[in-house]
Ligand binder design. Structure first.
Ligand code: AMP
Length: 356
């Protein structure tokens, strides 16, 4: 497949900050971007050459969009598979519908990971309160119940403890398909972002530690303070999964380092990942440029960091601290241009280089 050279147009499905930073990286390499998203306000569209505001099931709009771009990628992994399949009749979508079908559904995702020989928390599919009661027993008396689809930042998940009524817990989740997972006793949470090119070449950023607050990523520490053996295992896992899934683009792999030393996969994201924002300032080629290179069929860049880094998300009105962050030596500020600073909303991030 011939590459899409600089000067071409990259279509981006989804209009959020991940698309914005992709478009900025693409622009630096001489590409134009065209965003397709259902929302009127789009941080990605504001820095792109073109914007199609359309619902995911607006077939005429999908067809026009496909006709106007050279290659398509995505910044939102819950784009309906039918929309991706429709666009893919005209233009390559990277990563494609087969990848999304796996990563949009927690049962499909965990089944895939285990089939690839990689460990996860023990889990059971749950479709009723009775299933949940049985799963809780099998998983050690407590479990975490998660909706199969559309969960993020802790939405669509509840802890089920020994005394809890499975009926009430199941009803509270308001779904017909869920997964129950054993509670992992972890030393830390970490992630690896792996890029995979059209030719199958791989390039991985080193594992980083992720600290969450109220289920939202608060801080990423790069590199993760873990033994070399665990770091190598985390990279091996991410590269195995990217290869088995045949991702073209990026795969973010969220993992637990269990207290017993096991590396267990929690979740996959086939797109740029919040835990990779540090790479924008601390690596020769950051994750957004790497995505552009992968989907356009260019050689992948060097992911090696030239510095340690700490990334802090700016949530809600924390972004109002921009004057002091701009004044801080060594701090690199990134703002997403969102107008409304709702509590917990990701408004920007700050990278600080060097070990902390
Ligand atoms: P998720 O939506 O699956 O990424 O989960 C959000 C957060 O909940 C994770 O980052 C963990 O902090 C926590 N969590 C999720 N699943 C488990 C598990 N099986 N054991 C322990 N903690 C978990």
């Amino acid at each position: 497949m011939s590459p899409v050279p600089p000067g071409g147009t990259i279509g981006i499905l989804g209009g959020g900050q991940l698309g914005r930073m992709t478009a900025l990286a693409a622009g630096r390499l001489g590409y134009r971007c065209h965003v397709l998203a259902p929302e009127a306000e789009s941080p990605a569209a504001e820095v792109s050459a073109a914007f199609t505001r359309a619902a995911w099931d607006d077939e005429a709009a999908l067809d026009r969009f496909a006709g106007a771009v050279d290659v398509v990628t995505l910044e939102f992994e819950n784009v309906p598979v039918a929309a991706v399949e429709r666009i893919a009749r005209q233009r390559p979508v990277r990563p494609g519908a087969a990848v999304l079908a796996v990563t949009q559904d927690r049962v499909a995702e965990k089944s895939f990971v285990n089939r690839a020989g990689v460990g996860t928390a023990a889990w059971r599919p749950v479709a009723s309160a009775a299933d949940l009661g049985r799963a809780r027993e099998a998983l050690g008396g407590s479990c975490i119940l998660k909706t199969c689809r559309m969960g993020y930042d802790g939405k669509g998940q509840v802890m089920v403890r020994p005394g809890d009524d499975p009926m009430a817990r199941w009803a509270g989740l308001r779904t017909d398909a869920a997964i129950a997972e054993a509670v992992v006793d972890f030393a830390l949470e970490m992630s690896v972002i792996t890029a995979r090119g059209v030719d199958g070449a791989l390039a991985s950023y080193p594992p980083v530690e992720n600290r969450h607050e109220h289920h939202i990523l608060r801080r990423t520490i790069a590199p993760a303070p873990i033994a070399a053996g665990a770091a190598a295992e985390a990279v091996r896992i991410a590269e195995t999964l990217a290869t088995e899934l045949a991702v073209v683009g990026l795969l973010g792999v969220e993992m637990f380092l269990a207290r017993d030393g096991a590396v267990l996969v929690n979740e996959l994201a086939p797109r740029p990942h919040n835990s990779g924002h540090w790479t924008m300032d601390a690596c020769a080629v950051g994750q957004f440029e790497q995505l552009v290179r992968a989907v356009c069929g260019l050689p992948l860049g060097d992911p090696a960091p030239f510095s340690a880094a700490v990334m802090d998300n700016l949530l809600g009105d924390e972004a109002d601290r921009w004057p002091e962050l701009l004044a801080e030596p060594g701090a690199r500020l990134h703002l997403y241009g969102k107008r409304e600073a709702r509590p917990g909303r990701k408004m920007g991030h700050v990278n600080r280089l060097g070990p902390r």
